[in-house]
Design a protein around this ligand. Sequence first.
Ligand SMILES: Cc1cc2nc3c(=O)[nH]c(=O)nc-3n(C[C@H](O)[C@H](O)[C@H](O)COP(=O)(O)O)c2cc1C
Length: 430
Amino acid sequence: MAGFGGISGELQAKLLFMNVLLGITGGIAAYKTPDLVRRLRGRGADVQIIMTSSAEEFVTGTALQAVSGRPVRTNLWDKEAEAAMSHIELARWADVVLIAPATAEIMARLASGAAADLLTTLCLATEAPLAIAPAMNRVMWENPAVQANRKTLEDRGVRILGPGHGLQACGETGVGRMLDPDEIAVIVCGPQLAAMSGERLLRGKTVLVTAGPTREPIDPVRYITNRSSGKMGYAMANAALAQGARVVLISGPVSLAEPRGMDVIHVRTAEQMYTATHDNIADVDVFVAAAAVSDYRPADLAKQKIKKSKATMSLDLVRSQDILDSVARLDDAPFTVGFAAETENVRDYALGKLENKKLDMIIANRVGDDCGFDRDDNTVNVFWRDGEREFATSAKIDLAHQIVRLIAERFAATRGADTQPKLTVVAIKE
Ligand SMILES: Cc1cc2nc3c(=O)[nH]c(=O)nc-3n(C[C@H](O)[C@H](O)[C@H](O)COP(=O)(O)O)c2cc1C
């Protein structure tokens, strides 16, 4: 890893030499943990593994010792290991404790404050932030007991990473998959560490984020939309939440897991998004317009399905109301951040939009077949009145965290808030 820009020596040292205590529990996703260790180490972390006895059924300590370069700990009563580094020393050694995969069982043990084994004892004995990546069958995940434990842990400040949506080992599809090892490594080793360590640059602030595409109906079965997946907007909402903000997310139709800890309002059309935005804008400090709102909608909505009759047909389209512009022009406008997704002349169009719409900040990204929409990574340039910053290609969740810190910095500088960040934004180039 190289290329930190404008970052304090202390955080740089932490990012480079972070000690991750990785707890592995007995879920099928444990087979992915050698890859997770490799990715954590690739990002500069030193990894000490603790396995539960169930985890040993899924992945061998030998493999994990080989990839982590450290003996794996499994037993609280291992006299030799305890003599080398006691569980209390291990608990102090950790900069972050990560449990991946986290079973329903470990969530229950953590929620109850149990300390019958090495991993749970360590979790009680450490002051390091705790992050868990749950992985289980979708019905287990939805079980009220598991959800109650999730809430208890979340309320105590445990960071819940995922779970993601998709095909599961049991053959079912739903929410419960462990996040990809790289996604977890990015969160644990990236600038999000700062948020996990208690940084709350937007504490007491309300952030409203729009995300995803809109759907403009043509008839009861057809609509006009675009390729936006909502991933960037959802990542921005989660990053604002991590910085202590109250977050309202207004989402167009997406197939992403419902984010937790924020107010989510689902809409379909540009008009609904406009109304929902203005209904909720009153106390908003920062408005982030990440949605790809249809610029045009059909002038008329056919009541019945349009039949195939003529060789050609044309649709009359009318302009949608411009949500970003309408918020930026409010008398008491919040700090307003727009996105400019362009296929060409990205910089010129972005600067034009910043000026014309009187925005506080604009995030410009090129979109096309190979970049931007419906991907997990993004490359952006951020512009404001008297400055700009370029961000190297990174995972959207990582980028979002960096951009939200920049927003907090600019918000504090221009609105005189008491949220001046202590550090400048970290740009990780790999
Ligand atoms: C083949 C198999 C796969 C399992 N996969 C999961 C899983 O993905 N998630 C989960 O929460 N439990 C899973 N379990 C159940 C756990 O292994 C069990 O609850 C165990 O007590 C967990 O203990 P631990 O949390 O201490 O590792 C699985 C069990 C078996 C036999």
